[in-house]
Design a protein around this ligand. Structure first.
Ligand code: ZN
Ligand code: ZN
Length: 492
């Protein structure tokens, strides 16, 4: 029965979606599969069968249903599969697509195969590049120096998935961080909308919660500490974000991420060596470990002090790897009495722990000092004019007070980060940007799209952190669309 109907559906083009129709439109879109060497697995079919049932149901209801299929065929999975097999990614990907299409045709889903797309074909990625240019012109695609995972032995950048327990998946060397210029997509500009519009979605609560946590919205205050360089007495602002401005009088020291740009500028000459050693050592500590609750806290005093803006107190500035550059401002005000990690750090390095939020619920030692950090709310103590206020009142009042002194303001923070879009790899659409020594960074004019990925012999990662495209002069060298002079293409 199956071959018979397969033939009849093919001959009568039953699944072809007419361009124009009196019927109302319905679009049923699946996630396109990565063309992998192992072919379809049962997880693919689980999704595709269900969406096919839905598409057929809508068709029977009288809709003109478009149910397309295609291949998400650029990127690391396809390239790594090709490298493993020693077959050029283009050939390997084509082969994999053929095989998966053969498998997929067997379920006779109502795909309109005449509209099949393939993200690694120039006709398709012309539009990927077009969208990139639109985002570039809106300031949504931009370049920035960012630390990436780096294997010093393989001499290559690594995706997070390629780092296992802080070591390179391939050669097991400890992975370090390396600053590289990367293309970023400014998804943070949409953080607020991404969060608010979740209300409009008919999604399972569990998925919405995951999404909410990923965006990680929190309200609080930005507080500015004035730091004095221990090197030359120059003054610097250190802004920090806190969700608990009510604890500001309890900030007894500050911590900068070891990668923070101010570290070098404020560190005293006497502490220089120790600080440098620590910075280098922390480059080798993977992020998961730095954030771990169980890891022993480490850190070094820079020799510099910063002024707590509410009480004018001099607080020592330390560096420690439990503060990450990518989170908040890369600096924190440490309130050991009311933050678990600060409490641990202060205990280890014998820094003052000053209780400023009083509650009878707090766990205490015999001498009534805190046994552990008290994290909840309470009444303010040791907080000057704000004593006696509740945490909630104090958050408002202290933030207002800071705003008047121009040393702080209400602020919000997101955990969401901009997305690193570039890879120093071969198998992806070229980024349509040209660098000219006279005109600077210039987008490829739309009429010149697509910028085609050149056919090359050597597609393997170069080992220098640069894309293999860099070594292809016919691709890398071009003329500037602005002045007609010699120019270089973006090769990431
Ligand atoms: Zn390695
Ligand atoms: Zn030019």
């Amino acid at each position: 029965m199956e071959p018979k109907w397969h033939r009849i559906w093919q001959e009568t083009a039953t699944h072809k979606t007419p361009e124009r129709s009196e019927k109302p439109k319905y679009y049923c879109l699946d996630m396109f599969p990565y063309p992998s060497g192992s072919g379809l697995h049962v997880g693919h079919l689980r999704g595709y069968v269900l969406s096919d049932v839905w598409a057929r149901y809508k068709k029977l209801q009288g809709y003109n249903v478009l149910h397309p299929m295609g291949w998400d065929s650029f990127g690391l999975p396809a390239e790594n599969d090709a490298i493993k097999r020693g077959i050029h990614p283009r050939i390997n990907t084509e082969k994999n697509i053929q095989n998966m299409k053969r498998q997929l045709e067997k379920i006779d889903a109502m795909y309109d195969w005449s509209r099949e797309i393939n993200t690694s074909s120039p006709e398709y990625y012309k539009w990927t590049q077009w969208i990139f240019l639109k985002m570039y012109k809106k300031g949504l695609a931009y370049r920035k120096m960012v630390p990436i995972n780096w294997c010093p032995s393989c001499k290559t950048g690594l995706a997070n998935e390629e780092v296992v327990n802080g070591r390179c998946e391939r050669c097991e060397s400890p992975v370090t961080k390396k600053n590289l210029m990367q293309w970023m997509l400014r998804i943070t500009r949409y953080a607020d909308r991404l969060l608010k519009d979740l209300d409009k979605l008919d999604w399972p609560e569990k998925v919405k919660t995951m999404q909410t946590n990923w965006i990680g919205y929190s309200e609080g205050a930005e507080v500015v500490f004035k730091a004095l360089s221990a090197r030359n007495k120059e003054e610097f602002d250190i802004p920090v974000f806190t969700t608990r401005p009510d604890t500001l009088f309890g900030a007894t020291y500050m911590v900068l991420a070891p990668e923070h740009e101010l570290v070098e500028k404020i560190t005293s000459p006497y502490q220089g060596k120790e600080v440098q050693d620590y910075v280098r050592q922390s480059e080798r500590v993977p992020e998961v470990e730095r954030l771990s609750e169980v890891k022993q806290k480490t850190g070094v005093f820079t020799g510099a002090y910063a002024i707590n803006p509410v009480n004018g107190e001099k607080t020592p500035v330390w560096i420690s790897d439990y503060v990450l550059l990518a989170y908040g401002t890369g600096a924190i005000m440490a309130v050991p009495a009311h933050d678990r990690r600060d409490f641990e750090f202060a205990t280890k390095f014998d820094l003052p722990i000053r209780e400023v939020i009083y509650s009878q619920k707090a766990e205490r030692k015999k001498d009534v000092s805190l046994k552990e950090a008290y994290l909840e709310e309470g009444k303010l103590i040791n907080s000057g004019a704000f004593n006696g206020l509740s945490s909630q009142e104090a958050r408002e009042k202290i933030t207002q007070h800071l705003a008047q002194k121009k040393l702080g303001k209400k602020s919000v923070s997101y955990k969401l980060r901009d997305w690193v879009f570039s890879r120093q790899r071969y198998w992806g659409e070229p980024i349509p940007i040209i660098y000219c020594s006279r005109c600077g960074e210039i987008p490829v004019p739309e009429k010149d799209l697509p910028v085609e990925l050149p056919q090359v012999e050597k597609y393997q990662p170069t080992g220098t952190g640069k894309s293999p495209l860099e070594n292809i002069p016919e691709f890398a060298n071009t003329t500037c669309p602005g002045c007609g002079g010699p120019a270089k293409r973006e090769t990431d």
